[in-house]
Each structure stands twice: as C-alpha cells, then as structure tokens.
Ligand binder design. Structure first.
Ligand SMILES: N[C@@H](CCC(=O)N[C@@H](CS)C(=O)NCC(=O)O)C(=O)O
Length: 219
C-alpha cells in the first residue's frame, strides 16, 4: 500500500505533513477541500468523522494528528524525532504532543467564528473574545517553555515541534505574537526549516486563512 497523507491546506493536517517531510519519508499527498464537507461516503471509510489528516501506511489508516505523530516516530525510530520511554524527556514529549490540541481547541473555535460562520449574525462576539483570551493564555505557557531554548525540548527539535508548531502558527492569525517574543521567534525558526517551507500552500491553493490576521469584531 502506498503511503498517503490526506491533507487540507493550512489545517491541522499540516502537522503530519511537516513531520513526514522532516522524517524524509516518501508519500503521496491527497488534498481535500473544505468547501464541501469531508463527511461523505467516499472519505468516511478512511476517516469516520470526516476530518483531516488521515494517514495510510503499511496497510492501515490512522487519524488524529497526535496518533499519527506517535505512529510515525515509533514505526520509523531511525528518524530520531520521538523521545522513547527510556529518554529523560519522554513524558515532556508526550505532554507537549497533547498540549498541541489544548491550543488547537481554541484555535478551532476561532476558525469557526471568524472564518466558517461567514455571516456576522452567526457569530458570538463573547465567544470570540473569550476564546482569544484563552488562546493567549496557552501561548503564554509556550512562551515560558521556550525561554533560553530554540525548541520545546532542551534536547532539540522533535516531532512535538510539528504539532505545537502548527498550533502556534495558526494562533498567530488571532493573537498578535509580538507580545510573545519567544513564540514569535519559534514560529519564524520553524518556518525557516526546509520541511516546514514545503508545507506552504502553492499559489492558487484553497486557503483556510485568507487573511494574515483576524480582528475581533469590536477591534
Ligand atoms: N483532533 C483532530 C482534529 C482533526 C480536525 O478536526 N481537522 C479539521 C481541520 S483543522 C477538519 O478536518 N475539519 C473538517 C470538518 O470539521 O468538517 C486531529 O488532531 O487530527
């Protein structure tokens, strides 16, 4: 079975895309559009909830970015991007992997309110303000962790930087990263990596983020 990643440009599947490039693994990229629901018969046999990413590899299908990250680092340990049970930073690695989705839940709510709900009357300004505040708070955790180091773990770049890295990149569309200098530098550092460069949508691609920054309704 061909290794295949199901992806939507600028969505959370960017985590798995960056990781596959970082690992130097060959794969086929299948791009899905968010203009139509992914919850359809042809895709549901891969992803029952109709979400991206889905990874096909070695005869199995895996969904959930965190699970895909764990699967890839365990299946291809020679790439050195996991931190095994015997590594002193193993549990930090696991914690960051899950923290990517703590950031991701606020990001997803803001994407729904600013982007998916196109008509202003569909949106809740209260939810938008509250989730922006909560997103800023979790970015503060990343800011502290990055004090004096380039990546989340003191031992250097690892797969969790692809998961958290996408979350903080996405967060920068709703929270000004200038107030978090370590996070700002971290995003720039990640985006300078050749693997992350390859995740940038090509010209003409359907973008999730059509703007660089989304202001709150009342500024
Ligand atoms: N926790 C899942 C979330 C996957 C997810 O919700 N992906 C979004 C894109 S960011 C999606 O496929 N949305 C399509 C939809 O909700 O219809 C993961 O980390 O893989």
């Amino acid at each position: 079975m061909t290794r295949r990643l199901h992806h939507g440009w600028q969505s959370r599947s960017t985590r798995s895309l960056a990781l596959l490039y970082e690992m130097g693994l060959e794969f086929e990229l299948v791009i899905h559009s968010f203009r139509r629901s992914l919850y359809n018969d042809s895709y549901r046999h891969l992803s029952p909830a109709g979400r991206v990413p889905a990874l096909e590899d070695r005869g199995r299908v895996i969904v959930e970015t965190g699970a895909i990250t764990e699967y890839l680092v365990v299946t291809y340990p020679e790439c050195g991007l996991g931190r095994g049970l015997d590594h002193p930073e193993h549990w930090d690695w696991v914690q960051w992997l899950h923290f990517a989705e703590t950031i991701g839940q606020h990001l997803a709510t803001l994407v729904q309110h600013h982007i998916v709900m196109r008509e202003p009357h569909m949106r809740s300004a209260t939810v938008m303000r509250y989730e922006t505040m909560r997103l800023a708070r979790v970015l503060g955790v990343v800011e502290e962790a990055l004090e004096g180091q380039e990546y989340l773990l003191a031992s250097g770049f690892s797969a969790v930087d692809t998961n958290v890295g996408y979350s903080v990149f996405g967060a920068g569309h709703f929270v000004r990263l200038e107030q978090f200098p370590n996070v700002r530098a971290y995003v720039d550092r990640l985006m300078a990596r050749p693997a992350f460069q390859k995740t940038v949508p090509p010209a003409g691609a359907e973008l999730l983020f059509e703007r660089d920054f989304y202001e709150l309704p009342d500024g």
